[in-house]
Write a protein that binds this ligand. Structure first.
Ligand SMILES: NC(=O)c1ccc[n+]([C@@H]2O[C@H](COP(=O)([O-])OP(=O)(O)OC[C@H]3O[C@@H](n4cnc5c(N)ncnc54)[C@H](O)[C@@H]3O)[C@@H](O)[C@H]2O)c1
Length: 255
């Protein structure tokens, strides 16, 4: 087990990719802080799955779109678990809105959760590590849309593009502290965020034609890469994005 005696905070880990990451890091020996906005049935299911692996685990409710709640989330994680070694900025939201119709509320919601939260969580986490004189890992769950345009999801693409530059900048600033910072960029993954897509067979079939691997990603495809980035094998990797997309991003066809 590569992550024994480490504690990982995984934001938005009550379902989907976040839950997959929490469980995979626990399989590697890490103790886990599960986070979501509220302590619901989904949160309890994530807790149970980690607990069944014999790891220490707690749930902390916090809206990562709110800076004060980000600070509290890091403070309470350390208070409950004794330390933090790995931060996975996974929580994310998307809103469908044509650029000409998008409202300030769409923009604020998406940018606050997907970019502002990771910024201030990473800052609070890095300050903690600096105080302790220890290194650590920051891994952001970005998207192929940190590179690839997605019409009608401009706020989402702006948030993920911003997350790419946040990652690159702080990788440089935090490397002297022994903190690595990287992104994982999933393509299309089977999770509740894509429920609508998965219920539309025609749309799904057309998307699958653009995925050379011929299938959607699954949470464990992403979680395995996060576990690698958190492991000693990735000690010298910082400031980069690992794309996990079955070939979607660079796929093109000549008519
Ligand atoms: N599913 C995909 O195809 C896909 C592709 C690329 C990137 N991603 C990214 O992966 C991440 C996870 O996506 P998913 O598909 O698992 O989504 P999901 O909707 O299934 O899960 C999102 C999680 O984030 C939590 N969350 C949402 N807003 C929050 C907030 N304000 N504070 C705290 N927690 C909050 C939710 O409770 C949930 O646990 C997101 O950042 C998303 O942008 C997903």
């Amino acid at each position: 087990m590569r992550l024994q005696n480490q504690v990982a905070l995984v934001t938005g880990s009550t379902q989907g990719i976040g839950r997959g990451i929490a469980v995979r890091l626990a399989e590697e020996g890490a103790d886990i802080v599960i986070n979501g906005r509220e302590n619901d049935e989904q949160a309890r299911e994530s807790l149970e799955q980690v607990r069944a692996l014999g790891r220490r685990v707690c749930f902390i409710a916090a809206d990562v779109g709110d800076v004060e709640q980000c600070h509290r989330l890091v403070r309470e994680s350390i208070a409950q678990m004794g330390q933090l070694d790995i931060l996975v900025n996974n929580a994310g939201v998307q809103r469908h809105a044509a650029f000409l119709d998008a409202q300030a509320d769409d923009y604020d919601q998406v940018l606050n959760v997907n970019l502002r939260g990771p910024f201030f969580l990473a800052q609070a986490f890095a300050r903690h590590l600096r105080e302790q004189g220890r290194g650590g890992r920051i891994i952001n769950n970005s998207s192929v849309h940190e590179e690839l345009p997605h019409p009608n999801f401009t706020a989402y693409c702006a948030s993920k593009g911003g997350l790419k530059m946040l990652m690159r900048n702080i990788a440089i600033e935090l490397a002297p502290l022994g903190i690595t910072v990287n992104n994982v960029a999933p393509g299309a993954v089977e999770t509740p965020i894509n429920r609508e897509l998965m219920n539309q067979p025609e749309k799904l079939a057309s998307l699958l034609q653009n995925i050379p691997a011929g299938r959607l990603g699954r949470p464990h495809d992403v979680a395995g890469v996060v576990a690698f980035l958190a492991s000693p094998d990735a000690e010298y990797i910082t400031g980069t994005t690992l794309v996990v997309d079955g070939g979607l991003l660079w796929n093109y066809s000549e008519q």
